[in-house]
Ligand binder design. Structure first.
Ligand code: HEM
Length: 428
């Protein structure tokens, strides 16, 4: 791998400097103005290494190519012979041991990825997915039963984080309301928000990430041992007992998979739901359209939320041979970051992209990635959680609205929403 030919970092003005922490402290809409300029003037541009708090870049740190167009994200994501995941999937570098312990097959390539993903996929049979859909619909109803009488509160805390959190607890087979459930939910949130003071709690970023991942892994391992002997109806048990090409997952692979799910299944969905409440508050015309034909428009609303929010803002690949993205030549060893949050607003693909439009069709967003072998394995479950939420909440709490500016997370990876005070007419 050669990095010596990598371009010298371009001096970007502050408002286009993706390597600056300050850039990521701005609201999404401000950042999108910068991405719009990059898409127009510099669709593939080189940036200095991110001012990371996970693994602060050294003097000689090499930057990354920012890919901002929808079609270029697709090209990178699908060309797995040139662009690999095994050398890191985040814009920020992490120590290799942490990557190994927490990213599972997300950061694998080729036959190894195919095999581990193949084992996990065995757990997602149509029968098991129907079962999980049943948990989701049931929990969405229960949660609304629990909060509808309150009339006000932080809707992120009361609902958006609770639904995926409880489903995640069901994945482990732990009881709703149990201490293990709270540990799993809390750890999953903090693990991915290492830059956010509410989640880091005075720890440095790497310690936050590693300690919180460890809390999830400990519970997963305890459960895995039990389910090997006593299979039950939950995701840990299905995964532990799944076989593909005569191979099962070993202990560390199970632990890594469940840390990955902490972010992949839990955090992504939670923030999609939190932002959905914000978006329907800010766009009452779209809420009216949804209520007018709830069943007919639910699917479109879910897709538009995923596009507009881009819950996962980027994933990275590394080139293992020289190649070309758009008009830009790149070299083996270069880091390539696909900005899904930019591709989802690409004017060449989405008409009037700044408009939140639940009737948008087609809507080929990059919310679950840009295609290829890493495409989100839980996309159907993620969609189902958002759909069940919109149906239950806006049928039974139709006047739900925010009463204060929501608190957003500072994060270059997940588009996170920390809190959103809301009110609705209480009912029994
Ligand atoms: C709204 C919710 C969700 C969003 C926005 C989301 C987004 C993503 C994205 C962008 C990727 C990377 C795709 C790529 O690199 O090509 C991904 C991968 C993944 N997702 Fe999701 N996801 C969500 C829900 C879920 C759920 C509910 C699960 C599990 C039940 C899940 C499990 C995974 C796994 C295991 C991967 C790694 C796949 C691989 O590397 O082969 N996700 N997701």
């Amino acid at each position: 791998m050669s990095t010596i030919d990598a371009p010298a970092p371009t001096e970007w003005p502050a408002d286009l400097d993706l390597g600056a922490r300050e850039f990521w402290a701005q609201p999404f809409a401000e950042r999108e103005k910068a991405f719009a300029r990059l898409r127009r003037d510099h669709p593939v541009s080189f940036h200095r290494a991110y001012e990371s708090s996970l693994l602060p870049p050294g003097e000689d740190a090499v930057g990354f190519w920012a890919v901002t167009k929808w079609a270029d994200c697709k090209q990178v994501s699908r060309d797995v012979d040139t662009f690999v995941s095994g050398k890191g999937v985040l814009m920020e570098d992490m120590p290799e041991v942490v990557t190994l312990a927490t990213t599972s097959f997300l950061a694998m390539d080729g036959p190894e990825h195919r095999q581990v993903r193949g084992i996990v996929s065995q757990a997602f049979t149509p029968r098991n997915v129907r079962k999980m859909d049943g948990w989701i619909d049931g929990e969405a109803k229960k949660l609304v039963d629990e909060i509808i009488g309150l009339g006000e509160g932080d809707i992120v805390d009361l609902y958006a984080k609770m639904l995926p959190g409880r489903i995640f607890a069901f994945f482990f087979g732990v009881d709703a309301g149990s201490e293990d459930m709270h540990t799993i939910m809390e750890a999953a949130e903090r693990m991915l928000a290492w830059d956010d003071p509410n989640c880091a709690l005075g720890r440095d970023a790497l310690t936050t990430f590693a300690e919180e991942a460890d809390r999830i892994q400990e519970i997963a391992m305890k459960r895995a041992d039990w389910y090997r002997e006593n299979p039950e109806e939950n995701l840990v048990s299905w995964v532990v007992n799944a076989k593909f090409e005569d191979r099962v997952l070993d202990d560390w692979e199970i632990a890594a998979f469940f840390s990955l799910l902490g972010s992949a299944a839990n955090d992504t969905t939670r923030h999609s739901i939190g932002h959905a409440f914000r978006l329907f508050h800010e766009n009452p015309d779209q809420l009216a359209l949804l209520k007018e034909d709830m069943e007919g428009r639910l699917d479109g609303a879910v897709e538009e939320i995923l596009r507009f929010v881009s819950p996962v803002q980027h994933f990275r690949r590394t080139a293992v041979k020289d190649g070309v993205i758009g008009d830009q030549e790149i070299k083996a060893g270069d880091k390539i970051v696909m900005w899904y949050c930019s591709g989802n607003y690409d004017e060449d693909v989405f008409e009037d992209p700044q408009r939140f439009d639940i009737l948008r069709t087609p809507n080929k967003h990059l919310g679950f990635g840009a295609g290829g072998p890493h495409f989100c394995i839980g996309s159907a479950l993620g969609r189902q959680m958002i759909k069940a939420t919109l149906r239950e909440v806006y049928t039974r709490m139709p006047d739900l609205h925010l009463t204060a500016e929501p608190e957003l997370q500072v994060n270059n990876f997940i588009n996170g929403i920390h809190a959103a005070q809301a009110a609705w007419t209480p009912a029994s």
